[in-house]
Design a protein around this ligand. Structure first.
Ligand code: AMP
Ligand code: GLY
Length: 423
């Protein structure tokens, strides 16, 4: 089949790398892509992804059998619906179901209707109502802006002063104010073809820019898969109590979900609870998941897009641990130093790692340079998480990028735990 993969980040580089290895993938087209994705793609197309009509036109023009959408914005804008109207199977949900990521209050209403475990909450639309809600939930309390905010619309307030400041700052904007959940976070990724769901993988990421999980939030500074805290039993429970009822609710409402469902979970003393949904793969979690996937991922994604997951062989996961470490440009997340030269990718890959690219480009001399906040994802597998970490950091040591930095402690929480079953 001919696949058109949309996006240009580390997540899409990992998807391109994995899809290009599948027997069923005869031609891989990417748009707008990046220099890393050009390594695996048959063709890279220039595209403004916010131009939905141009995107559909491109898919038609290359006669794509499947479109795989990396980021959430085109899904929330309705790209999958346009592709479906044009008769092109799309891996990624329609506008209705993409509201799972686009609107926090939408997700909360599904939880109410379907009895899905989540933090108790209330919705407010004025400073006065929000202040009253603070009294109800006590401290700590979580204050969320409704709508897409790239992870920046959430305040976990540890004091009343902090909570009041967040409320005043939001003004009379719609907020979701909710109970603070105590526990450890883990991410669960499931394939959903509209009616059936299939567990794909677990992962954990490090969202803060600084070591020890301190400093401002980022898109993610590193990740690993699997997440041992999400045991098989907890993953099954989350699939049964959270993911399956969500898919069922959406189907009943005529918004069948076709794509990957990314559930952000809090593992509490009472079991897994839903923090949020995303309607795409995580970035950088995807970079840690793709090397674990055995078999024909492309065939499975097509089956999902066609609403017939049962027709493809179930995806098997390699029994390996994978870690990915983000190399970001100095100044990230506030700003990014662009244009700095990057060397050593081949040397890092000779160490057995794979280096997925995100914010990179080629300058006029053909030299690979930084072109964004998160630049590289140095990714390595091992029999244990410690082995994967050692391999990834050894490879990272071969990268020469003067304007870059990485966290040195990816996996610290998990690696610090005493797991007697660890090899
Ligand atoms: P969200 O955008 O909803 O994923 O929230 C961003 C981050 O805020 C999450 O990854 C959690 O670390 C934290 N968070 C969100 N909701 C809660 C909650 N109810 N209790 C504790 N922490 C939360
Ligand atoms: N790494 C977090 C996300 O992709 O939303």
């Amino acid at each position: 089949m001919k696949i058109l993969l949309l996006g240009s980040g580390g997540r899409e580089d990992a998807l391109a790398w994995r899809l290009s290895q599948c027997g069923s993938c005869e031609e891989l087209h990417v748009a707008p892509g990046n220099p890393g994705m050009a390594r695996w793609a048959d063709e890279v197309h220039a595209l403004d992804l916010s131009d939905l009509a141009a995107t559909v036109q491109l898919a038609k023009g290359i006669d794509a059998d499947l479109v795989v959408v990396g980021p959430e914005a085109p899904l929330v804008a309705g790209l999958a619906d346009l592709l479906t109207e044009a008769g092109i199977p799309c891996f990624g949900p329609g506008k209705g179901a993409a509201m799972l990521e686009g609107s926090k209050s939408f997700t909360k209403r599904i939880c109410d209707d379907a009895g899905i475990p989540t933090a108790s909450y209330c919705e407010t639309a004025s400073v006065e109502a929000a202040m009253a809600a603070l009294d109800r939930f006590g401290i700590p309390v979580v204050i969320k802006a409704d709508g897409l905010a790239a992870g920046k619309g959430v305040t976990v307030a540890m004091t009343r002063e902090e909570a009041e400041e967040a409320v005043r700052e939001a003004g009379d904007a719609p907020l979701v104010i909710e109970e603070f959940l105590d526990g450890e976070e883990a991410s669960l990724f499931a394939l959903c073809d509209g009616s059936s769901v299939q567990f794909l993988a677990s992962a954990q990421d490090h969202k803060r820019v600084g070591e020890g999980d301190t400093g401002p939030n980022t898109g993610g500074m590193g990740a690993y898969s699997p997440a041992p805290v999400l045991t098989d039993a907890l993953a099954e429970q989350a699939m049964r109590e959270i993911v399956a009822p969500t898919a069922q609710w959406l189907e009943q409402q005529g918004m069948a979900y076709r794509g990957v469902l990314y559930a952000g979970l809090m593992l509490t003393a009472e079991g897994p609870k839903l923090i949020e949904y995303n309607v795409r793969f995580g970035d950088p979690e995807c970079q840690a998941i793709m090397p674990r996937i055995a078999g024909d991922l492309a065939a499975a994604l097509l089956a999902v897009a066609k609403g017939d997951l049962g027709s493809a062989e179930a995806i098997e996961l390699e029994d390996a641990h994978v870690m990915t470490i983000v190399v970001a440009s100095k100044g990230y997340p506030a700003s990014a130093t662009k244009g700095g030269a990057i060397h050593g990718i081949e040397a890092a890959e000779e160490e057995g790692a794979i280096v997925f690219q995100a914010g990179t480009s080629r300058n006029d001399d053909g030299q690979l340079v930084a072109n964004g906040g998160r630049v590289l994802n140095v990714t390595a597998a091992g029999e244990s998480l410690a082995d994967a970490r050692d391999a990834a950091y050894a490879a990272l040591g071969r990268i020469e990028f003067a304007d870059g930095f990485s966290r040195r402690d990816i996996g610290w929480r998990e690696l610090g735990r005493d797991r007697t079953d660890r090899t």
